[in-house]
Design a protein around this ligand. Structure first.
Ligand code: ZN
Length: 136
C-alpha cells in the first residue's frame, strides 16, 4: 500500500502549490518518479483518482518515470542508469530492493561500485497547472 501513501503525499503537495499560487482549480499535474523507486504506476494513478479532493475534480495527473542519474564517488563520472542494459534478473532485483543497486551497478568508467544516486529515487512534482483565482 506504498502507492496510496505516496498518492496522499502528492495530493498534499499539490494542494500546497495550488494554495501558494492562488489556483482555484487545478487542471494538470505532472509527476515524476525515479526509475529506482519501487512503484506500481497503475496503482498510483488509481490511488490519485480515488483520493483527489473536490478542488481537483478535473485534474489530470500525468505520471512519468525519470531515468536514474548516478555519480561515481571515485572518479566523479556521472551517467544515466538504464534497466534495459541489464539482464532481467538484475533489473528485477533492483526493482524490488533498490538498496542492492550497488551490487549490480558499477561505474562505466572506472568500474567502482561506490556511487551516489543524484536522481532516480523518490517522487516529485514537475509542474502544477491550473486556473488562477480572479481578484475581487
Ligand atoms: Zn568511476
Amino acid at each position: 500500500m506504498h502507492e496510496w501513501a505516496l498518492a496522499e503525499a502528492v495530493i498534499a503537495a499539490v494542494s500546497q502549490v495550488a494554495e501558494k499560487e492562488g489556483l482555484k482549480e487545478v487542471k494538470k499535474v505532472k509527476i515524476k518518479i525515479g526509475e529506482l523507486q519501487q512503484i506500481e504506476l497503475d496503482i498510483l494513478e488509481f490511488a490519485l483518482s480515488q483520493l483527489k479532493p473536490a478542488k481537483f475534480k478535473h485534474t489530470k495527473f500525468s505520471v512519468k518515470v525519470a531515468k536514474a542519474e548516478l555519480k561515481c564517488r571515485v572518479c566523479g563520472y556521472t551517467w544515466f542508469f538504464t534497466k534495459e542494459k541489464m539482464d532481467e534478473a538484475s533489473a528485477e532485483a533492483i526493482h524490488f530492493v533498490p538498496e542492492i543497486a550497488h551490487t549490480y551497478i558499477k561505474c562505466p568508467k572506472c568500474g567502482s561500485p561506490d556511487f551516489e544516486i543524484l536522481e532516480g529515487r523518490g517522487i516529485w512534482l514537475e509542474s502544477v497547472k491550473g486556473v488562477k483565482q480572479e481578484d475581487g
